[in-house]
Design a protein around this ligand. Sequence first.
Ligand SMILES: O=C(O)CCC(=O)C(=O)O
Ligand SMILES: [Fe+2]
Length: 353
Amino acid sequence: MASPSILPADVLLSRRVQEMVINGEGPESLYICRDEKEAQDVPSPLAPIPIIDLSLFSSSTLSTKREEELQKLKSALCSWGCFQAIGHGIPSSFLDEIRQVTTEYFEQPVEEKKKYSKGVEDVEGYGGDPTPEEGQFLDWQDRLFLTAYPEDLRDTKFWPESPKSFRKVLDYYTTKMRTVTELVSKSMAKSLQLEENCFLNQFGERAALQVRFNYYPCCQKPEIVLGLKPHADGTGYTIILQDDVEGLQVLKEEHWLIVPTIPNALLVLMGDQMEIMTNRMFKSPVHRVVTNKEKERTSIAVFYTPEKHKEIGPEEGLVNEERPRLFKKVKDYDITHWEYYQRGMRALHTAEI
Ligand SMILES: O=C(O)CCC(=O)C(=O)O
Ligand SMILES: [Fe+2]
């Protein structure tokens, strides 16, 4: 396969995938990352990712029922590293609303979206990865990346003013995500027989919520590109709202399996930092996104990451003779993760003892 030609970063960044599709341009070499033979593979089966009802974790639930659900949660995270959360308390009408403003944002003329363009060195804003490192390929996607929490770290120059309700909707979604992360973090701790606030304490009060709005245009040759290259997240964990188009896949025992789309579910997916904090009890799964010829896809991924400069490490309660300490204490792991990600590599080994 030809290695990609290197164009100046600002040129790459100024050409969005969506525009190329509108102009009828096919994937050029920079995006071609697989050969067609792989496309003749048998279609990927659906991943039977456990569905967890978060409402059962409330104190009003019968304790046996609650205990059962906690066990289900633990088993899901030990084997899959993710689960589909229902009963999270966010009305389905609101999930539809945030999906709607996301679609509306990406459907706007490119000049409107480019008002929020990220610069070559920026993390936040509208665009894609700027410079592929040697041997790396570009993802068949456009995205908008924003810090939503802590509020004083919001850079509102990247927050779209159109569609009109975008900011208000994102603000409300952030509040809801704060509630969900609190409940999920406490439940994960309880499922491991740990003190319920232990993960919340490691994340810290100023743990970040960053939102990545992903837009994957259709592709005439979906078998030779990827919407998002294989990776594990550098977060604590990530909460993904999919639309009704399949595309996200998880790697399980060397097979790619499709993550089912469930209208009102949130996919909660462990990142490397939960694998560190749980001393590898919970797995941070490798995942990727594929595209298709007929339907564009959007997803909204919320990255929940420990507070800046805060040290995290394995919970003492999960270190014992049978399970010796596997990781050192680390801080700002997401930065190391990003450096490795750009080279198409995992960073978790840098935290290992
Ligand atoms: O689009 C998706 O469903 C997944 C997105 C994802 O993995 C990411 O943004 O890190
Ligand atoms: Fe991801």
